[in-house]
Design a protein around this ligand. Structure first.
Ligand code: ADP
Length: 516
């Protein structure tokens, strides 16, 4: 038996402990109150998100949740009939579906390989990684074509959205330029050839058909850069618009609005659409057909064509060419709707273009656009130094003088000496590198000199001295070329292909150094 005293001490101890507990409880309670306030501030407890896959038994559904498939319950307010594969769902802490939320609009973009007749789609995630995905509910009706870009959710194995990347055609679609043939100097033979090849068959399609003639699909313009290939293509488009407006009896403004000049720059298309240039090309032709559907002319101009359509199997541009060339051939050979579309290719490396593209029925008209010779050079200079430009001195005399200097063959104006491996050598002058673009630059420089002088002294007009300075400046700018370029590049520039070059000696540069 415990004594009274013992019981009293025990009770006192118990009371003390009770007090401590009460205090502890009070602290705990106030902490809970604090926490609750905290929680209220933060809002709902953390929820997670999942992707709807399919309905299951009763009101349960199968979802993809953090990479795993889960069967979960749904809250009463969820309309199960409205759920389609790909719908995003919010789950509560108990992992029950409590809300339908707007889907994500980000993810991976891949290309469609094939849309299967059921709701499945083959896509290429990487060149050797083809996956089978399902269409999200939002995409069941949409036609998907090989090469289309689609937004996919690889974890949910869903194709969510077709991405229209219109910028491919935005990149190339241009109004028909306001370039006419009379703004091109020194290329009358070439212009005649291309007009013969393109205009008559184009404007007289019915007659051509009657006689069973096949109009050409395209033309290749080849030759050194800056010599007028783009200008010719633009002028062809311009002329076709004017003449077809005439033939069809529509106004020029209307014809212009419906026609198009699609300017495809080879390297740009390659770089911008790495791995999907075929798609780019397909879109370009699609756009051209669409534009041409109402009988309006459309020119597709492929600049630096060799970048896109290199000879297959040369290994020069990895595997790119193995798919792009067939794509272009398929487009050109495609019968439907190319009637009003003319393809014009330009290249300064025509030797690198896949020969299949140049066969009959394709780009079978080939026109060489060479560097301007003396007469052509004079004509081009005259186009820019025309009758509107204020001159000090006789126009013909100014032109003669400029031409004489630019086309000078004296040793003093030698530019570079090429030594061949067989011991022979050849001296090239500025004239061997002259292009329409250089001639225009020269005139522009002279005009700027004249403007400056007029501002400084009040004296009006371009003088022989302005032209001289401009020519010297243009010469000097090209002096860097010899050292910068590769010998093979020189062989090409100079048109001496096929001979081994031993060395390239810059002459103007040396002269300048010696005189220093
Ligand atoms: P390419 O397509 O052969 O590289 P471009 O036609 O683009 O050359 O020419 C570049 C520029 O040089 C033209 O915009 C024009 O100003 C000038 N040019 C070139 N060739 C000629 C020419 N034959 N007549 C008049 N201007 C020319």
């Amino acid at each position: 038996m415990k004594t009274y005293a013992e019981m009293t001490t025990e009770l006192e101890r118990a009371t003390a402990q009770n007090d401590r507990l009460t205090a502890a409880l009070r602290t705990a309670r106030s902490q809970i109150v604090d926490l609750k306030a905290d929680l209220e501030r933060i809002g709902d407890p953390p929820n997670t998100y999942a992707t709807f896959l399919r309905r299951a038994e009763g009101t349960t559904v199968d979802v993809l949740h953090q990479g795993r498939r889960l069967r979960v319950a749904t809250a009463a307010q969820i309309d199960l009939d409205a759920l389609t594969p790909g719908t995003e769902l919010r789950l509560n802490e108990g992992l029950a579906v409590v809300e339908v939320v707007p889907g994500t609009d980000a993810g991976n973009v891949v290309s469609v390989v094939e849309a299967l007749p059921d709701s499945r789609v083959l896509v290429a995630v990487a060149p050797d990684d083809i996956r089978v995905l399902r269409r999200a509910g939002t995409l069941t009706e949409e036609p998907l074509h090989p090469g289309d870009s689609v937004l996919v959710d690889l974890r949910a194995q869903l194709v969510r959205e077709r991405i229209d990347r219109a910028e491919i055609t935005d990149l190339v679609l241009e109004q028909v330029p306001d370039t006419s043939f009379d703004r091109i100097g020194g290329l009358s033979t070439q212009i005649e050839t291309i007009r013969d090849a393109v205009e008559l068959p184009f404007l007289q399609q019915d007659l051509y058909r009657t006689y069973g003639l096949r109009p050409p699909k395209g033309v290749l313009l080849y030759g050194p850069p800056g010599c007028g290939k783009t200008m010719i293509a633009q002028a062809v488009a311009h002329e076709l618009v004017l003449r077809s407006a005439q033939v069809r009896g529509v106004g020029v403004a209307e014809a212009l609005e419906h026609s198009a000049f699609l300017n495809v720059k080879g390297p740009e298309l390659l770089n911008k659409y790495v791995g999907e240039s075929e798609r780019g090309i397909r879109l370009v032709f699609e756009r051209a057909r669409e534009k041409a559907s109402a009988n309006h002319p459309v020119v597709i101009f492929f600049d630096e064509m060799e970048a896109l359509f290199r000879t297959r199997g040369t290994g020069l541009s990895s595997d790119v060419e193995t798919t792009i060339v067939p794509q272009l051939l398929a487009e050109i050979d495609g019968v439907e709707g190319l009637d009003n579309v003319i393809v014009i290719g330009a290249s300064n490396r025509e030797d690198m273009i896949d020969p299949a593209i140049l066969r009959p029925g394709r780009l079978d008209v080939k026109i060489r656009v060479q560097r301007p010779d003396e007469a052509a050079g004079r004509e081009i200079l005259g186009l820019y130094l025309d009758a509107q430009v204020p001159l000090r001195g006789d126009r013909e005399a100014l032109l003669d003088r400029a031409v004489a200097r630019i086309y000078d063959t004296a040793a003093s104006s030698a530019f570079v000496r090429i030594e061949f491996s067989d011991g022979s050598a050849e001296t090239l002058h500025f004239r061997d590198f002259v292009s329409g673009a250089t001639l225009r630059n020269i005139v522009d420089r002279a005009k700027k000199n004249a403007v400056k002088e007029q501002l400084a002294t009040g004296e009006v007009g371009v003088t022989a001295a302005h032209l001289d300075d401009a020519i010297s400046a243009e010469f000097a700018e090209n002096e860097d070329l010899p050292s910068a370029a590769h010998p093979e590049e020189w062989a090409r520039i100079s048109g001496r292909r096929g001979r081994r070059i031993e060395s390239v000696v810059p002459l103007l540069g040396l002269a300048a150094e010696q005189s220093r």
